[in-house]
Design a protein around this ligand. Structure first.
Ligand SMILES: O=P(O)(O)OC[C@@H](O)[C@@H](O)c1c[nH]c2ccccc12
Length: 261
């Protein structure tokens, strides 16, 4: 039996390392490129990889990811093709894959069919930012008995009570959103963000990872103090688009690797 997303993150932490989850947009540069990118990030030592499904109305996304999504859609990328591609490479990919998608493409695909296809493609986690906790029964019944974790987001404005509610339902890890707003950009984090992250960490048993606005190694290290790791999206998506691999590799401890990119 392969490890769950939560186990993989916990194992990383037990080794004294923070989890690092890069986000990529499926189909940006074409699906063959996405395939190679997944292999590359696995080789670099990503703890898991968050794979974004392009969508025309990405309400939580800032300009970098929105544009990447539009490029992917212009390439003709769709959910079915992405799942087929992931199934094709599943034998070579041990790094857990987390799909990040808005609800609309899933409903369009059919939720039950989607879960079946995602299970076949060995997907280990799911982030649906426009599906509030209260609506999770839309998909949760189909996820029972699979090892796909439905990851929940906690925001800066979530109350203690809300954090508790979310923590009870959450799986995999808690995604602590570090800004009020959309993905991307280089931010000056306020001190209270660190405090907020530590509070979340002290009130939940799942691993806590922070994401939104982390654009370099230094910020990644600072944000992960006292919690279990970070997620970086826009900085990775932008660097991949510019073929700037040094920027990507700065986030990893490891030596540079051979790549077909
Ligand atoms: O791009 P940033 O600021 O590094 O943030 C991570 C983020 O991109 C990724 O996790 C993500 C992309 N789209 C999302 C929508 C909602 C929640 C999270 C996401």
């Amino acid at each position: 039996m392969t490890k769950t997303l939560q186990q993989v993150i916990e194992q990383k932490n037990e080794q004294g390392e923070k989890a690092f989850i890069p986000y990529i947009m499926a189909g940006d540069g074409g699906l063959t490129h996405t395939k190679e990118t997944i292999r590359y990030l696995q080789q670099l030592g990503a703890t898991a990889i968050e794979v974004g499904i392009p969508f025309s109305d990405p309400v939580a996304d800032g300009p970098v990811i929105e544009k990447a999504g539009l490029r992917a859609l212009a390439e003709g990328t769709n959910l079915r093709a992405i799942l087929a591609m992931l199934e094709e490479i599943k034998e070579d990919v041990q790094t857990p894959l987390i799909l990040m998608t808005y609800l609309n493409p899933l409903v369009h695909f059919g939720l039950q069919d989607f879960v079946k296809a995602a299970t076949k493609a060995n997907v280990k986690g799911l982030i649906i930012p426009d599906m509030p906790l209260e609506e999770r029964d839309l998909i949760q019944p189909f996820l029972e008995g699979t090892d796909i974790a439905l990851v929940q987001l906690v925001s800066l404005t979530s109350s203690k009570m809300r954090i508790q509610e979310i923590a009870e339902a959450a799986e995999g890890f808690i995604y602590a959103v570090t800004v009020n707003g959309t993905t991307g950009g280089q931010r000056d984090f306020q001190d209270h963000v660190m405090q907020h992250l530590k509070e979340i960490k002290s009130s939940v048993s799942l691993p806590v990872l922070a994401g939104f606005g982390i654009s370099n190694r230094q910020t990644a290290e600072k944000m992960s103090e006292g919690i279990d790791g970070v997620i970086v999206g826009s900085a990775i998506v932008d660097a991949l688009h510019r073929k700037d691999y040094d920027t990507i590799e700065q986030f990893f401890q490891k030596e540079p690797v051979e790549t077909n990119l």
